[in-house]
Design a protein around this ligand. Structure first.
Ligand code: ZN
Length: 139
């Protein structure tokens, strides 16, 4: 597998035109993430009300995979219950790190990032935003 193969259209699209890329005003939760392996940085902002992610945004800089992952994540999690979001994070982590994934799970757009599994150094790029979101939610 060639590295270029993980740059699917969706990753290129979100990497160059990230969604929800701004600092949310008055967030209820926020956290900062850093991936020293690649130099990616991300800030995640959330507005959580009654366990529902009413709004979510991010800022930061980094490689296309890290920015695309954060962008797709914010799109996916908006309006979602935080427990469902944590569950999705768990499933996503498995999909990029383990071979025998329970492939019956449909991860939607997030699965565009599953190709990083072949490149362990890039797994952090893909999961950083999710780890940061998880840290923010647990605060
Ligand atoms: Zn990266």
């Amino acid at each position: 597998m060639d590295l270029s193969e993980i740059y699917q259209d969706l990753i290129i699209e979100h990497g160059t035109d990230p969604r929800n890329f701004y600092e949310l005003e008055n967030p209820t939760n926020k956290a900062e993430g850093f991936n020293p392996l690649c130099g990616d940085k991300v800030n995640i902002f959330l507005k959580i009300n009654n366990n529902i992610i009413e709004d979510i945004s991010f800022t930061g800089e980094g490689c296309a995979i890290s920015m695309a992952s954060a962008s797709i994540m914010t799109e996916t999690l908006k309006g979602m219950d935080i427990n469902k979001a944590k569950e999705l994070f768990h499933d996503f982590k498995i999909s990029v790190t383990e071979d025998d994934i329970n492939s019956t799970k449909d991860l939607g757009k997030i699965s565009a990032l599953a190709g990083v599994k072949a490149f362990p150094a890039r797994v952090k790029c893909a999961t950083m935003a999710w780890h940061t979101m998880n840290n923010a939610v647990n605060k």
